[in-house]
Design a protein around this ligand. Structure first.
Ligand code: ATP
Ligand code: MG
Length: 420
């Protein structure tokens, strides 16, 4: 193993690719920022108990994928595998649900950790941008979140994603369905682990990715046929609102998702160009989570979109984001006096809001021009002793190749005009 190798299942974001990650985070969060969602940041780790209770003891995330550890002080912590439990914990701790109007609307962006088998689109460290609307039960809120995720993906130029939609019922109807499903699962030829899971959390068996299991589930009872009237009406309203806003979705009566806490509206964004890691994001309503972690009843809804897989989806569709060049002007000094003058000019340009960089180190004209080229700058400024004696710098347009002297005093104005 090389000393310079990132840990298994992780990778570094480095320029220029890292700019695309930033742009994706930006694009996903932009619709949230203009829809009343405030930014929240929570620690990268929490008490392990929060996830055990909040995500669910029987989920893969908690049983297999969590980085749990004991600190020197004896605390049992876990690197966060997902965002919702932490955000709700933080909102409860700060009493946000008591401070103002409900729902409390929050968005976040950060790193998450799961001990998984690394493959394309599946890493041990990955990024999500997420949103949570806490403390309101309103189908328009569910619709709002789905619309915002849809609009974010559209704004990136993605077209080949689909929205899968389902309702998981509530504490009225879900137990009836659960029992029916359990009865069905007991009659199948399943391994011991899966049978045990069927007893603890039968809905999760529907999420089993193995073909041998999926085959046997063809005739499994569907929650759709067990929804109570309230859940049915709620779901119909979410569907109607999405349709009215022109957001296409597919009803997927088998969609259950991997976390224990979902109720009613459940959805997943899938992209068909990603192979088996096809889910780019997902979310849903989690009316029971607050009580599960010891808080008051706070019906809530949210989603998380994976940044890594969204970037892969852009690649799969051949979408290239129009990222402005990071440097507009590159200054190349020839000699000590020019070095001081141009360094001051670069600082002045930056303070005027123009992205500028400088030929650092003593590498001569040729080497410095190479750097200027690599920077992607539209213009270079070159100055030597003779230019300074005349009070000018040479301004070169790197696109047209045109070059000519510009008075030192008007460099900033000229560049501002030509970059506009
Ligand atoms: P999967 O079924 O692919 O394991 P999931 O249901 O575990 O996905 P969620 O918990 O819903 O995923 O997380 C939301 C999003 O975060 C996913 O749709 C995906 O884009 C991203 N994500 C989850 N786990 C990983 C991972 N290990 N590596 C990269 N991205 C991930
Ligand atoms: Mg997973």
């Amino acid at each position: 193993m090389s000393t310079f190798q990132a840990p298994k299942g992780t990778y570094d974001l480095i320029p220029p690719d890292s700019a695309r990650f930033l742009a994706v985070r930006e694009a996903i969060s932009a619709p949230l920022k203009r829809s009343g969602y405030g930014y929240i940041e929570t620690p990268g780790f929490e008490n392990v108990e929060l996830f055990a209770r909040g995500v669910g003891e029987s989920t893969d995330i908690v049983t297999k994928e969590m980085y749990a550890f004991e600190t020197k002080g004896g605390d049992r912590l876990a690197l966060r595998p997902e965002g919702t439990a932490s955000v709700l914990r933080a909102a409860l701790e700060a009493n946000l649900h008591k401070a103002g109007n409900l729902p409390v609307k929050l968005w976040y962006s950060g790193s998450y950790y799961r001990y998984e088998r690394p493959q394309k689109g599946r890493y041990r460290h990955f990024s999500q941008v997420g949103a949570e609307a806490i403390g309101a039960e309103d189908p328009a809120l569910d619709a709002e979140l789905i619309i915002l995720a849809n609009d974010a993906y559209r704004s990136l130029g993605l077209r080949e994603f689909r929205i899968l939609l389902n309702s998981l019922g509530d504490k009225e109807c879900r137990p009836v369905y659960r029992a029916a499903l359990q009865e069905f699962l007991r009659g199948l030829d399943l391994d011991e682990d899966t049978l045990r899971r069927a007893e603890i959390n039968p809905l999760r068996v529907l999420d089993d990715k193995r073909e041998a299991v999926q085959k046997q589930l063809a005739d499994a009872p569907l929650l759709r046929d067990y929804l109570c009237d309230a859940c049915k009406a709620y779901h119909e309203e979410v569907r109607a609102l999405l349709t009215a806003e022109g957001v296409a979705y597919e009803d997927d009566p088998r969609l259950v998702r991997g976390l224990d806490y979902y109720t009613r509206t459940t959805f997943e964004f899938v992209h068909d160009g990603l192979g088996s890691q096809s889910a780019v994001g997902g979310g849903g309503r989690y009316d029971g989570l607050s009580e599960m972690i010891g808080g008051p009843a706070l019906p809530s809804v949210g989603w998380a979109l994976g940044v890594d897989r969204t970037v892969l989806a852009l690649e799969a569709e051949g979408v290239t984001l129009e990222l402005p060049s990071t440097t507009s002007v590159f200054a190349v000094p020839l000699g000590e006096e020019a070095r001081r003058v141009l360094f001051a000019k670069v600082t002045e340009l930056r303070r005027a809001g123009i992205a500028a960089d400088f030929g650092f180190g003593s590498k001569g004209l040729k080497g410095a021009m190479k750097n200027a080229n690599r920077s992607g700058a539209r213009f270079t400024l070159v100055a030597g002793e003779r230019d300074l004696a005349e009070g000018v710098v040479q301004l070169k347009d790197m696109e047209s190749g045109e070059q000519g002297p510009v008075p030192l005093d008007s460099v900033v104005d000229v560049l501002r005009e030509r970059l506009a």
